[in-house]
Design a protein around this ligand. Structure first.
Ligand SMILES: *[C@@H]1O[C@H](CO)[C@@H](O)[C@H](O)[C@H]1NC(C)=O
Ligand SMILES: *[C@@H]1O[C@H](CO)[C@@H](O)[C@H](O)[C@H]1NC(C)=O
Ligand SMILES: *[C@@H]1O[C@H](CO)[C@@H](O)[C@H](O)[C@H]1NC(C)=O
Ligand SMILES: *[C@@H]1O[C@H](CO)[C@@H](O)[C@H](O)[C@H]1NC(C)=O
Ligand SMILES: *[C@@H]1O[C@H](CO)[C@@H](O)[C@H](O)[C@H]1NC(C)=O
Ligand SMILES: *[C@@H]1O[C@H](CO)[C@@H](O)[C@H](O)[C@H]1NC(C)=O
Ligand SMILES: *[C@@H]1O[C@H](CO)[C@@H](O)[C@H](O)[C@H]1NC(C)=O
Ligand SMILES: *[C@@H]1O[C@H](CO)[C@@H](O)[C@H](O)[C@H]1NC(C)=O
Length: 643
């Protein structure tokens, strides 16, 4: 009997659906309708226009709504911020908050309101009534307040994406009840407190991402019990204590990011071959890890990118590293590693990026390094390498274009073989060595050079005119040499290539003796940092300095510059640092300088300035020492001017 009745109901349902035009007949479940109308009422702005079409009673036909084929209940709400059509992707926004009445949607399985940018307010605790919910996407909004405790009652939940909001409070240990969860993404919020031990009960979790919060305390000891975990990201928190040895039991882990915490102690994995066989991406940098890189490290045969940088690791780089045949990036910089670079490094044929800078590695470099055919970036700066000269093979590496050899004890001239490297040089840092001789004219043929750092050597020439060919130059640091002559070539680069990338110029602490010429139209406007301090520059600051709109830091101190200070300098509204001390500037401080609202550092001391210091911020906020040694200056912060 009951079965027959059901059959009739089913047939009737089919008939109404087949009829097609049922906008009046096919009113959806009244609770669902009420919930969706409340939801819509909570949203004031919907740039996609989707909600505007939510009219009438047939909510199952509304855009973004899916209903169950037999019960007619709403099962899915899909209103993501990113809307991709055939030919475009477009970001829509919704402004408003989540109505607590969504709890009436008791058949809901998917709620996707991700990436709508402007949803605010709290996650309503009534969400815990949605007992059938499997996927909850609220990421990419401005939701605040805690994660309601009631979420841990959603036992069918498989994907919880709450990342990139402003959620706060602690993570409830009851979240450990979510036995079916496989993606738990709560990164980039403001969560505090500890990671509950109960998280080790999330035995189905595949992705667990809590990065960029303020979590402290320890990594749960039994984290290794999460046997399905493939991606674990706890980076950028305040986690303390040791890396739990159980990590090595994560048999399918592929991404492990624990960087930027306060973790200490030794790296406990792998303890034997075959552990963590899929680990490809490992970040442990910026912690306080100690001890040696385990000799077993080479067992992690799937590693592709590894950073152990900026810890306190010591001892030798293990020979087993040579087993990591898939390794493309290796960062070991900023530790206390010693000994020589192991010969086995030559086996890393896929290596693209190698940084060992700031350790205590000794020379000589293994000559087998010439077989690193894919190496693009090599940074060996600040070790105990004492190279004396740059090995020839380095200039023959087919892919090398970024070379950092600061503080490597290199003597003699800048080797000409850099002129003809197989890959055009893009970055060259030979600072803090014992280079002598001139800056060669051929430097102008390195037309893809972006960054040139020859600071703190004993170079004696002028800057070759050919430097004006370096159209891609972004950073030029020649400070602390014995360079002489004119600096105008440097500014001509910006003039020749007005859309170029020159942002950073440090020519300080040399013997340059020209004036400052910023001649010509356009150009130079991208310069953010300019340091010409401690030279013997003469003449005035050209009025055209006002064209350097992006300037953040200007240091012309300790020169022989004079005349009045140009008011046009106040055009540099982003200026944060202005150092003009120990020159021969005369006249008054231009009142325009009151417009330098971002100024944090000012030194006009030891000049020949006169008159009242223009009254007001930011000038009055600086200490006396910013103005001292100018016999004619008065007014705040110096003594008041005599009437
Ligand atoms: C439903 O029928 C009315 C009148 O017959 C018509 O104007 C309307 O466009 C139809 N709507 C749909 C969705 O077919
Ligand atoms: C994990 O779950 C079990 C039973 O479901 C419970 O007894 C245990 O206390 C939980 N562990 C933690 C750390 O919460
Ligand atoms: C790894 O798992 C095995 C088997 O479950 C267990 O006996 C061992 O104690 C675990 N190791 C660690 C370090 O937790
Ligand atoms: C690292 O450890 C040292 C001593 O154990 C401590 O003084 C220091 O603050 C720690 N640094 C960080 C970033 O935790
Ligand atoms: C550096 O190497 C040179 C020659 O190779 C040697 O004469 C010099 O003593 C070494 N300096 C240091 C500090 O080891
Ligand atoms: C150039 O090298 C010096 C010394 O190594 C360093 O302090 C400086 O920051 C570098 N310049 C740039 C622009 O990176
Ligand atoms: C400019 O260079 C000088 C000498 O190299 C240095 O003392 C000063 O700190 C630099 N100024 C800025 C703003 O970095
Ligand atoms: C300073 O800015 C004003 C207004 O933006 C502009 O007219 C003037 O040409 C600028 N001065 C210089 C020297 O670029």
């Amino acid at each position: 009997m009951g079965c027959q009745l059901l059959l009739i109901v089913a047939v009737l349902t089919i008939i109404t659906v087949v009829k097609g035009n049922v906008s009046v007949v096919e009113a959806c479940n009244s609770n669902d309708l009420k919930a969706l109308k409340s939801f819509k009422a909570g949203i004031h702005i919907d740039t996609s226009g989707r909600l505007a079409n939510w009219v009438g009673q047939s909510c199952c036909r509304w855009e973004g709504i899916s209903c169950h084929s037999t019960t007619g209940r709403v099962t899915e709400i899909h209103l993501p911020g990113f809307i991709s059509t055939e030919d475009s992707v477009f970001q829509s926004r919704m402004k408003g908050s989540l109505s607590p009445s969504i709890s009436l949607l008791t058949s809901l399985e998917v709620l996707d309101l991700g990436g709508l940018v402007d949803l605010t307010g709290i996650i309503p605790p009534s969400i815990g009534c949605l007992q059938n919910l499997k996927k909850l996407y609220l990421y990419g909004n401005k939701l605040s307040g805690p994660v309601p405790e009631s979420i841990s009652k959603l036992l069918k939940l498989e994907e919880l994406h709450l990342h990139e909001n402003r959620l706060s409070g602690t993570l409830s240990s009851s979240l450990g009840n979510l036995k079916n969860i496989n993606q738990l993404l709560m990164h980039t919020n403001q969560f505090t407190g500890v990671i509950p031990d109960s998280f080790t009960n999330l035995t189905n979790v595949v992705r667990l991402d809590l990065h960029c919060n303020y979590l402290n305390g320890y990594i749960p000891e039994k984290i290794g019990e999460l046997q399905l975990l493939e991606q674990l990201d706890f980076s950028n928190n305040l986690l303390r204590g040791k890396l739990p040895p159980s990590l090595c039991n994560l048999t399918v882990i592929s991404v492990l990011y624990l960087d930027n915490n306060k973790l200490e102690g030794a790296i406990p994995f792998p303890s034997s071959p075959g552990q963590m066989p899929s680990l490809g991406f490992l970040r442990l940098q910026d912690n306080n890890l100690t001890g040696k890189i385990p000799p077993t490290f080479g067992y992690l045969a799937s590693l592709r990118r590894v950073s152990l940088a900026n810890n306190k690791l010591e001892g030798a780089i293990p020979t087993s590293l040579g087993n990591l045949q898939d390794l493309t990036e290796l960062y070991l910089n900023g530790n206390q590693l010693s000994g020589q670079i192991p010969k086995s490094i030559s086996q890393l044929s896929q290596l693209i990026f190698l940084s060992i800078s700031r350790n205590q590695i000794e020379g000589p470099l293994p000559s087998g390094m010439f077989s690193l055919q894919n190496l693009q970036t090599l940074d060996l700066s600040f070790n105990l390498l004492n190279l004396s000269s740059i090995p020839m093979w380095m200039a023959e590496l087919p892919s090398l274009s970024r070379v950092y050899l600061a503080g490597c004890g290199i003597k003699g001239k800048i080797p000409e073989f850099f002129r003809t490297t197989p890959s055009p040089l893009q970055e060259l840092d030979l600072s803090v060595n014992h280079l002598s001789g001139s800056i060669p004219a051929w430097i102008g043929s390195l037309t893809q050079l972006y960054s040139l750092n020859l600071s703190r050597n004993s170079l004696v020439s002028s800057i070759p005119e050919t430097i004006t060919n370096l159209q891609d130059l972004g950073l030029l640091d020649l400070h602390s040499n014995k360079l002489t002559g004119s600096i105008s070539q440097v500014f001509k680069i910006g003039q020749r290539f007005p859309d170029g990338s020159l942002t950073y110029i440090d020519l300080s602490d040399n013997g340059f003796s020209s004036g400052i010429e910023l001649t010509g139209g356009g150009g130079q406007t991208g310069i953010r940092f300019l340091n010409l301090s401690r030279n013997v520059l003469e003449g005035q600051i050209p009025v055209s300095v006002g064209r350097l709109r992006s300037l953040r830091s200007l240091d012309l101190s300790y020169n022989k510059l004079g005349y009045v200070l140009p008011g046009s300098l106040a055009n540099e509204s982003s200026l944060e640092t202005l150092k003009l001390q120990n020159n021969r500037f005369t006249g008054r401080i231009p009142s325009e300088y009151l417009k330098l609202k971002k100024l944090k550092e000012l030194d006009l001391s030891h000049n020949l300035l006169v008159g009242e210091i223009p009254a007001g911020k930011p000038l009055s906020d600086f200490p006396e020492s910013s103005f001292s040694g100018n016999r004619g200056l008065c007014g705040k912060p110096l003594t008041a001017c005599r009437a």
